[in-house]
Design a protein around this ligand. Structure first.
Ligand code: ADP
Ligand code: MG
Length: 363
């Protein structure tokens, strides 16, 4: 395990008399990693980032940077680079002057400034743009200037709060890869904030999923997707069918669940109660196999269903299926891999053993 650069210890933040924006945060950021805070709007991501940057003060707990409590350090003394969604470039200054600004504030000698600015602009591939004004740049280029400005004083960690939020989809995806490559090349520690789960999966070494001021799970992208810790994470990261039911049998790792729509299915007992308790069964749409067979031909473990909608999306087909009494299931099947049942036709659905997870309904 790499060395810990930042540690949040029991950090809590309440604004005025309101509910806590961050309820109790214990989180380590390892030196050199790109850690993403992922969660819906209002879940406490920006508050967490602002406390680390020094623009907000924790109501309780400690934040350690390289083992030192930074509570008493003013933002500019923390040496942390920050990039916000609104790039906040100075419009009347050139690109070079914008990037030089943090060096000026720190009293770096002029000669040294020019060298460092050139280096930072090279990092973000804007060598030829030093004399332009921000208004003469595209949105993506402006965001790269903001990134260069955050990198220019070689901070131990750079914080990025929804930095690509203002860009259109294609540019956003290009910039995601650019940030990922920059991170890999420089080995710099980054704390990245987004509400976009695809962005988090693309960029991150690890992801901390926030909800209601709490971290629900911290894991690398694959573990988060394959083994979500609770129903919130299961529903927020990637797509999931979340079927309500009641546990009818359970041992240590496995349970049987009577779905509210009728059928009884097996599921991994990840985080659920005992017999008689309500739960949600999660099955990823891409794990749901669909065959155009009638109920009498069903294999063991397959459930009868009816296709209610089929949407062709080029590389895959999204099938909506009705199942049991009012149940609904989404399946994602690769296109061009054999015929799929047409809407209205009978179908059988099944998923591999281990693909279903049972979670408690409220956490
Ligand atoms: P996120 O970045 O995940 O969208 P925030 O950290 O901005 O979430 O906000 C978390 C909660 O704290 C929200 O309920 C928000 O309304 C509240 N909040 C954020 N900033 C302030 C503030 N300056 N004053 C009062 N409440 C705030
Ligand atoms: Mg925010």
């Amino acid at each position: 395990m790499a060395e810990t650069l930042v540690r949040f210890e029991g950090v809590r933040k309440t604004y005025g008399g309101g509910a806590a924006a961050v309820r109790s945060l214990d989180l380590d950021i390892a030196r050199g990693e790109l850690l993403t805070l992922l969660g819906p709007s209002g879940s406490g991501k920006t508050t967490t980032l602002m406390m680390l940057a020094g623009f907000e003060r924790p109501s309780a707990g400690r934040i350690l940077l390289e083992g030192r409590d930074i509570a008493r350090l003013a933002p500019h003394r923390r040496g942390i680079g920050v990039v916000f969604q609104s790039y906040a470039l100075f419009p009347h200054m050139s690109v070079a002057e914008n990037v030089a600004f943090p060096l000026q504030v720190r009293g770096v000698a002029r000669n040294d400034q020019a060298k460092r600015v050139a280096k930072a602009l090279a990092m973000v591939r804007l060598e030829g743009f030093a004399e332009r004004r921000p208004a003469q740049l595209s949105g993506g280029q402006q965001q790269r200037v903001a990134l260069a400005r955050a990198l220019v004083f070689e901070p131990p960690i750079v914080l990025l709060d929804e930095p690509l939020g203002a860009l259109d989809k294609a540019l956003r995806e290009e910039m995601q890869l650019e940030i990922r490559h920059l991170h890999q090349r420089l080995g710099i520690t980054m704390l990245y904030v987004t509400h976009d789960q695809a962005e988090a999966l693309t960029l991150s070494d690890r992801i901390a999923v926030f909800e209601g001021g709490l971290v629900r799970q911290v894991a690398d992208p694959r573990a988060l997707y394959d083994r979500p810790a609770d129903a919130f994470v299961a529903g927020f990261v990637g797509e999931n069918n979340l079927l309500p039911g009641t546990i009818v049998a359970r041992d240590e790792d496995e349970c049987r669940v009577r779905l509210a729509c009728g059928p009884v299915v097996s599921a991994q007992a990840v985080d659920c109660g005992g017999v008689g308790e309500a739960c949600l069964v999660a099955v990823r749409p891409e794990r749901v196999a669909v065959a155009g067979v009638t109920a009498s031909d069903l294999g063991e473990g397959a459930l009868p269903a009816v296709v209610t909608e089929a949407i062709f999306l080029g590389d895959h087909v999204r099938l909506r299926l009705a199942m049991g009494d009012g149940g609904e299931m989404l399946a994602k099947r690769p296109a061009g891999m054999g015929a799929l049942p047409a809407p209205g036709g009978p179908a059988a659905i099944a998923w591999p053993e281990g693909a279903a997870f049972a979670f408690r309904t409220a956490t």
